[in-house]
Design a binder for this molecule. Structure first.
Ligand code: ZN
Length: 269
């Protein structure tokens, strides 16, 4: 089956697509609420995410994309309620591959394991149109009945990047605004100044736990390291082609599991 999932807490489950390179593997967050569930980001769309999730809940589902990129928006079209930022509404309604950043080196790197997805082809891959059914923007609040999330507009990586902020529990679903890896700030619609402002904002929020768009979750100290490194110019992936060419020999063990043990241990303290 095309997904794996891991329980993060009583109401938060992490879902990941199988057979996707670990640096491209999107974190799909299933948040259980009293009145409805949230799915935050939807993977590349290699297999039906809705079918997977329906096996694990009988509540209504609202699907949210933190931004429009292909690794986050692939299964958005499957859901009846599709929420995202207005700045990326046009792209989601007409997701040309270049607009959702499935272009350049990403189409040449074998990010999909052919053993697990023999039908995948980079030449025919596309994401189905998923017009938003509602907008989420700065100041909006999503109320699940037993918890609320404030929507933060976090541009930089992309113009309509958003985060979901649980003020009570100090948990931020940060999308690709901040994750535990090299940040992408040179995409066609990235903006470095916006990124710096977004990171300054995140830094001041008082986040305890980051559930990001990629890589294992992390806490405050790691956040500070990542932001400090970015400000020094040491934590961004500027040229994907160059990175690909210089690492070609090493892009072998890319379908391995990620190591979440450190984060899980920190949660059980
Ligand atoms: Zn992205």
């Amino acid at each position: 089956m095309g997904y794996k999932q891991f329980k993060i807490s009583d109401d938060i489950t992490l879902i990941q697509e199988t057979g996707v390179a670990n640096f491209m593997r999107c974190n799909i967050w299933h948040v259980r609420g009293r009145d409805f569930d949230l799915v935050i980001d939807t993977g590349m769309g290699l297999d039906s995410l809705k079918r997977w999730i329906m096996r694990h809940t009988d509540r209504p589902i609202k699907a949210i994309v933190t931004h429009c990129h292909f690794d986050h928006s692939g299964c958005l079209h499957e859901f009846d309620v599709r929420l995202g930022h207005p700045a990326e509404a046009d792209i989601l309604a007409d997701p040309a591959n270049e607009k959702i950043v499935y272009s350049g080196a990403w189409t040449r790197i074998a990010i999909i394991d052919p053993l697990q997805h023999p039908q995948f082809s980079s030449e025919t891959y596309s994401v189905k149109a998923a017009p938003l059914t509602g907008y989420l923007d700065e100041g909006d609040v999503i109320d699940l009945g037993d918890k609320t999330y404030q929507i933060l507009h976090l541009p930089g990586h992309s113009p309509g990047s958003i985060g979901l902020w649980d003020v009570k529990k100090k948990i931020l679903f940060s999308g690709d605004a901040l994750y535990d890896g090299a940040l992408l700030d040179s995409l066609y619609h990235s903006n470095v100044n916006d990124y710096l402002n977004t990171l300054a904002r995140i830094e001041a929020l008082g986040v305890g736990v980051f559930h990001a768009g990629h890589y294992p979750s992390f806490g405050k100290q790691r956040m500070q390291d990542l932001i400090d490194q970015y400000r020094k110019g040491e934590n961004s992936l500027v040229d994907v082609d160059e990175w690909f060419n210089s690492n070609e020999g090493e892009l072998k063990d890319i379908f391995t599991d990620q190591d979440w043990s450190g984060f899980i241990a920190s949660q059980n303290k």
